[in-house]
Design a protein around this ligand. Structure first.
Ligand code: IMP
Length: 211
């Protein structure tokens, strides 16, 4: 069976592909992971990781008629969250969010999107002692018009005082996983411990039973 990996984020694609290949080998499943024939614009208008993962996978399934896998993921920082988890489902565009927008100055906007997101989190936590955070990933697989399966994974940790490291993407340079003394962007085997691996393991558990 062909399974489309639906994301426009190149780094996320690489992580999903590499974890999926290792899970496929362990489960001895006849799967071929492919890219979608072309990228499509999906509006992630829902307010949970689960709903957004489903929206993405379903949109790709509807467009191409091939079983589709999508991940919606993000960072949740305890001290920045109230009834809404932050950056949460808005992780990729947190730098543009009206919440805490005064901490970024005009001059900062020469930085990349990821650097701006990291800078905003660090500035918002400047005087904060509670630096607890977690990464969340929810993976949806749409197998047919009215059949989808899901998996969720978390990685607990804390926010560093400054960015460090070049592996990974997004908030990895400011996130220290529990039990480690350095950021995720300094950890070569991120795929062994990540929220994304846990989410994929959990959805694979179901996939093995239904295929
Ligand atoms: P999505 O593509 O809408 O799921 O956006 C996810 C955003 O969350 C990314 O742009 C990153 O900013 C952040 N994110 C998700 N997963 C990770 C990760 O594994 N490491 C670092 N940042 C992540």
């Amino acid at each position: 069976m062909k399974l489309m990996i639906c994301t426009s984020n190149k780094k996320k694609f690489e992580e999903l592909y590499s974890i999926l290949e290792s899970l496929k080998k362990d489960a001895n499943l006849d799967l071929e992971f492919v890219s979608p024939p072309k990228e499509i614009e999906v509006e992630e208008y829902a307010n949970t990781f689960l709903s957004n993962a489903y929206l993405k996978a379903k949109a790709y399934y509807d467009a191409f008629g091939i079983p589709a896998l999508a991940d919606d993921s993000g960072l949740v920082v305890e001290a920045l969250s109230d009834n809404l988890e932050r950056p949460g489902v808005y992780s990729s565009r947190f730098y543009k969010d009206s919440f805490g927008s005064n901490v970024l100055k005009e001059d900062d906007f020469k930085l990349s999107k990821d650097e701006l997101n990291n800078l905003k989190v660090l500035r918002l936590l400047e005087k904060e002692e509670n630096r607890k955070a977690k990464f969340v990933s929810v993976v949806a697989i749409v197998l047919s018009n009215n059949y989808g399966i899901f998996g969720e994974g978390e990685l607990k940790g804390s926010i560093a005082k400054e960015p460090s490291g070049n592996f990974g993407f997004g908030y990895d340079p400011i996130f220290i996983p529990e039990g480690y003394a350095t950021t995720l962007a300094n950890i070569e085997n991120k795929d062994k411990i990540s929220h994304r691996r846990k989410a994929l393991e959990s959805v694979f558990f179901i996939l093995k039973k239904v295929l």
